[in-house]
Design a protein around this ligand. Structure first.
Ligand code: ADP
Ligand code: NA
Length: 333
């Protein structure tokens, strides 16, 4: 029976954080366990090198991310788990999409503008073409559902544009139009130090994020020091509309506890953050500590991680090889 395919990825650029977990990884596990989808999850190392990565560190970070996926609940018997560079059809399809997508489309992406900054001339060509490779990641599986955080919505829209232009230019109905799946209370976890910025691997302040490798004391300390305002929690979630830092902590609590943010506010109405923060820290440690422990256990046997990824690559190539072959035929290659 036909199952719609789900694809998503995370960059092995170090500092896997709570935003990646709640916005992406935890939802990958939920989707895997729903059984109505076929799921493919990927460490996108070719995306990571669009900015400089120390080679030894990159290899370490890729294994650590794989350990994070498995520790969080990705089961290699239920999902295909791969490292991008081990499935060469991703990069091969990306080249074709580089010739379908337009320069102007890439230049309009907010992630490009944020990451290239004022000195776009000095950014890598790969950073500009990042969304074209991402489109290839998804479409080399003919995936139709892409669970991501809010920040990736624009890239999925571009993926649809690329699929539509390919189909139109070559007069085929070959690549599907993929949908972003952006759900839950934590689609955009914010920095703990600045309620206007998203929690990010690349933020120079370690206190801005909770890393999946942080120990219990570090997690508790970062939450205790998280920026808030002096007011207590209101009676309703709408009361947090103009309080981004407070809202962020409530959203994190809700996602960890699998509650709605409205229910969290109702439960804690009138509480000061001096009370709410320790409750949040306990909850975070409760949910994250088992994952952290399992990650370090898995990291003690890197050969086993490599074996899982090699098997995943073989499974993936059963899907990607015929799709690339057909694409080449369509293009006349
Ligand atoms: P980062 O942006 O931290 O470098 P990636 O680009 O590798 O992470 O993104 C991996 C996944 O994690 C994507 O689905 C992205 O939308 C999600 N994600 C990243 N940061 C956050 C965040 N602060 N809140 C929610 N989801 C996030
Ligand atoms: Na991102």
């Amino acid at each position: 029976t036909f199952k719609p395919r789900v694809f998503s990825g995370i960059q092995p650029s170090g500092n896997l954080h709570l935003g990646n977990y709640l916005g992406a990884l935890k939802r990958f596990v939920d989707t895997q366990n729903e059984a109505e989808f076929e799921t493919v999850y990927c460490m996108v190392d070719l995306h990571a090198i669009t900015v400089w990565q120390d080679p030894a560190q990159l290899a370490h970070n890729t294994r650590e991310l794989a350990a994070g996926f498995i520790a969080a609940g990705i089961d290699p018997a239920k999902s295909i788990l791969i490292n991008q560079s081990q499935v060469p059809e991703h990069a091969q399809l990306a080249w074709i999409f580089n010739c379908v997508a337009r320069m102007g489309w890439m230049g309009r992406m907010t992630q490009w503008k944020d990451k290239a900054g004022k000195n776009a001339e000095a950014a890598s060509l790969g950073l500009l073409a990042y969304p074209s490779l991402m489109a290839a990641d998804i479409l080399i599986y003919h995936a139709t559902h892409v669970p991501v955080g809010e920040d990736q919505k624009q890239h999925i829209e571009l993926t649809r544009d690329i699929a539509a232009k390919f189909n139109h230019d070559y007069g085929v109905d070959f690549f599907p139009l993929a949908e972003p799946v952006i759900e839950g209370a934590a689609t955009r976890v914010m920095s703990l130090r600045d309620g206007t910025k998203k929690m990010s691997k690349s933020d120079p302040s370690d206190a801005s994020r909770i890393n999946m490798t942080d120990d219990a004391d570090t997690i508790a300390k970062k939450i205790r020091k998280a920026k808030t305002d002096p007011d207590p929690l209101p009676d309703s979630y709408e009361g947090l509309a103009d309080r981004p830092e407070a809202r962020n902590l409530v959203n994190i609590y809700a996602a960890l506890a699998e509650m709605t943010p409205e229910a969290v506010v109702a439960d804690h109405a009138g509480q000061q953050f001096g009370q709410f923060k320790p409750a949040l820290a306990d909850l975070a440690v409760d949910k994250l500590a088992p994952i952290t422990t399992e990650m370090s256990r898995l990291m003690a046997d890197p050969a086993e991680i490599d074996r899982i990824l090699a098997k995943g690559a073989l499974q993936a190539r059963e899907i990607t090889t015929p799709i690339l072959k057909r694409t080449y035929e369509i293009v006349g290659l």
